[in-house]
Design a protein around this ligand. Structure first.
Ligand code: F0G
Length: 376
């Protein structure tokens, strides 16, 4: 008997809600089905009246939400006969592209910014055998170059300007609605290139039977299942790093800078989609400083046992601030997406991480003394 219950990934699981051909072979790594973890200690310790969840996308196969978009984009690219994919990346997209290209047996070209990329992400691109092209510039330069070379070279772009990327990523919203039995009141995300916030808004909208501009890239009434399973959509809230906050400045930022290298982006490609999400959900954008982001990463790690990367902490950082200020209504259900795994970027926490290290001789008495000093 063939096993019919094994989960293989979101393309096969949600195929009826995706614009993929029925016979397109899924290029998949069991991505999706990430945990929705209810935070228990933080709301209590901070005295917040909230049902607060994190959607931990760092537990996808390459450690970020990019796997959701990549499985859909690479499935479609291979179906169309593509032999190579290309992307610009601050790290996570390149890691996902590299892995899914291997899975498909095609070539991945990844353009990364000079210097500012977490070592774990670069290691992923390298170990999966992607062709890594370091550009003497930032992500926005890489993005411009990818669009230029794809006009003349036989490569498929797998950045989120590829509409299949957002289609794959919208499934995170499906999972949340299924887990909660309804949409949350607020959904908070870090915003860089702005694809993910657009994808969630599409996913939540489609769960009410509505479409968004991103859905309509596949026709005025897309030829996939839009059956409503809930009535409500959340208020969408996007948080940016203060040094890379074009949505707060009202236009592109020439020299984005932030410790959260994943969202070090000055010219977001999904600009219009993201504003649509903000406008139609009556949400807002806000910014967090690097110090606030790092403090939140630590707060989460030390109160809940969840280790996310700095960019991901921006969502929780902003949400906690807006909860304290009452901007997010008390008593609400709030979901924050933790976009990537903290293990990708250990350098950032190890900068001061060794300060608490206790060194002792290899003797029982010395270890016992160290224990006693800390047990009080
Ligand atoms: N969080 C992480 C960990 C990311 O890697 C990214 C984007 C974002 C948030 C922002 O998501 O771009 O959809 O608004 N990383 C891209 C990359 C740009 O190349 O890996 P977005």
């Amino acid at each position: 008997m063939p096993s019919t219950n094994r989960y293989t990934g979101l393309v096969d699981h949600y195929r009826s809600r995706l614009p993929l051909a029925a016979d397109a072979r899924a290029i998949a790594l069991c991505e999706g089905r990430t945990p929705l973890i209810r935070l228990e200690n933080l709301p209590r310790r901070l005295g917040l009246d909230v049902e607060l969840y994190v959607k931990f996308e760092g537990l996808n196969p390459t450690g970020s939400f990019k796997d959701r978009g990549m499985t859909a984009a690479v499935t479609q690219a291979v179906h169309e006969g593509s032999r190579a994919i290309i992307c610009a990346s601050t790290g996570n997209t390149s890691a996902a592209a590299a892995a899914y290209a291997v899975r498909a047996g095609i070539t991945a070209f990844v353009l990364i910014p000079e210097g500012k990329i977490a070592l774990g992400k670069l290691a992923q691109a390298v170990v999966h055998g992607a062709v890594v092209i370091q550009v003497t510039g930032n992500f926005d330069d890489g993005m411009r170059l990818v669009k230029e070379v794809a006009q003349t070279s036989p490569v498929s772009i797998v950045n989120s300007i590829n509409p299949y990327r957002l289609q794959g990523q919208k499934t995170a919203a499906f999972e949340i609605v299924e887990a909660l039995g309804r949409a949350p009141d607020y959904h908070c995300l870090p915003v860089g290139n702005a694809g993910n916030i657009s994808a969630y808004w599409m996913g939540y909208s489609e769960m009410t039977g509505r479409t968004t501009s991103a859905s309509r890239a596949f026709g005025e009434k897309p030829a996939y299942d839009l059956t409503a399973v809930t009535n409500t959509r959340p208020t969408m809230v996007g948080y940016q790093a203060a040094g890379a906050a074009p949505f707060l400045r009202g236009g592109p930022v020439a020299h984005p800078e932030t410790v959260a290298t994943a969202i070090r982006i000055g010219d977001p490609q999904s600009w219009d989609f993201a504003w649509e999400a903000q406008r139609d959900s009556e949400g807002w954008f806000d910014e967090c400083t690097d110090d606030e982001i790092l403090a939140t990463q630590k707060l989460l790690a030390q109160n809940e046992g969840v280790f996310c990367e700095p960019a991901s902490a921006a969502s929780l950082c902003g949400a906690l601030r807006d909860l304290k200020a009452g901007k997010i209504r008390p008593g609400s259900t709030v979901v924050c997406t933790l976009t990537g795994n903290g293990l990708k970027d250990p350098d950032v926490v190890m900068k001061n991480g060794l300060a608490g290290l206790v060194q002792v001789p290899a003797e029982r008495a010395a270890v016992e003394k160290a224990l006693l000093a800390r047990l009080g």
